[in-house]
Design a protein around this ligand. Structure first.
Ligand SMILES: Cc1cc2nc3c(=O)[nH]c(=O)nc-3n(C[C@H](O)[C@H](O)[C@H](O)COP(=O)(O)OP(=O)(O)OC[C@H]3O[C@@H](n4cnc5c(N)ncnc54)[C@H](O)[C@@H]3O)c2cc1C
Length: 255
């Protein structure tokens, strides 16, 4: 749609260009930004920064915020499962960015699910500063996060060790519906087991256990979640029940 409030558009090409004037917002793929009326008076295109979409270091994947969800899916089955959880047409999948999805911070944000599930670290930039936050601490509620004014998501650092063994469960009310709940699990070589619940809650929940937990331990941890989300894509009771069932399936799969 036309953004009738926008009076300026510029392309960020170097770090200094990330300094935002009053009323400016950054744009990744623009799939959400152009989908509803905005208050912004200016847009700053991050794609001009030319960040390498995916880099592999000795012990991590580094995903640029501007990497598209389509590109990310090529990294392996778990990435593909999360990418497929953005139930949008191929046109959206091809341009929507990983950083845009995380920064938007919707409960059904599959890139948030991915980052939390794999214990990723988010690299946050301003024009002149950098800080790192655990993905699990980034989203604080529905469309809210820890980004300070003028801060952008620069990259997502994913430890390769987190991919040792993973499990994935997701449900929606209809075959092509938005996520009702998304439960993941991972177990590393030392036995650390992490189960995450996203999609059905207002913010991500990371449940960590030093060793494979018992069924009762997992159930108690999921039961302690108190922010089950209510919207057109599911009721809190259904989301809680499905998350409990999935968490146990994930536990058994990781056993
Ligand atoms: C048909 C359809 C289905 C959709 N389904 C889903 C869904 O299931 N789940 C879901 O979460 N979303 C969904 N969306 C919304 C949206 O398309 C996705 O969240 C998408 O991943 C957003 O990425 P983008 O790069 O297009 O972000 P943009 O639209 O460019 O930006 C989104 C927001 O994030 C900000 N932003 C962008 N990049 C950064 C950055 N690097 N740092 C800081 N802020 C940034 C922008 O200022 C804006 O506020 C859907 C959209 C459509 C049209």
């Amino acid at each position: 749609m036309d953004l009738v409030t926008v009076q300026s558009a510029r392309v960020a090409r170097e770090r200094g260009d990330l300094a935002l004037a009053t009323g400016e917002v950054v744009i990744g793929g623009g799939t959400w930004l152009y989908s509803e009326p905005q208050e912004a008076t200016g847009v700053v295109d991050l794609l001009g920064m030319g960040w390498e979409p995916v880099t592999r270091t000795a012990d991590s994947w580094v995903i640029a915020a501007t990497c598209t969800i389509e590109t990310l899916r090529g990294l392996g089955p778990f990435f593909e499962q999360c990418a497929d959880s953005l139930l949008a047409s191929w046109k959206i999948q091809r341009v929507a960015t990983v950083g845009g999805n995380i920064a938007l911070s919707l409960p059904a944000g599959p890139m948030t699910s991915l980052a939390v599930a794999l214990d990723a670290t988010l690299v946050l930039w301003t024009a002149s500063s950098e800080r790192r936050v655990p993905a699990a601490a980034f989203v604080t509620g529905v469309r809210t996060n820890v980004l300070a004014p003028g801060e952008v998501v620069r990259a997502i650092e994913i430890p390769l060790a987190s991919l040792h063994r993973t499990a994935f469960r997701r449900i929606a009310l209809s075959p092509l519906g938005r996520t009702g709940t998304l439960v993941t699990g991972r177990r590393d070589a030392a036995g650390l087991t992490v189960i995450t619940v996203t999609g059905g809650t207002t913010r991500p929940h990371r449940l960590a256990f030093d060793a494979l937990p018992s069924a009762a331990e997992v159930a108690a941890s999921v039961d302690a979640i108190d922010d089950w989300y209510r919207d057109a894509h599911g009721s809190p009771d259904w989301r809680r029940a499905m998350s409990l069932a999935f968490a146990e399936e994930v536990r058994q799969e990781l056993a």
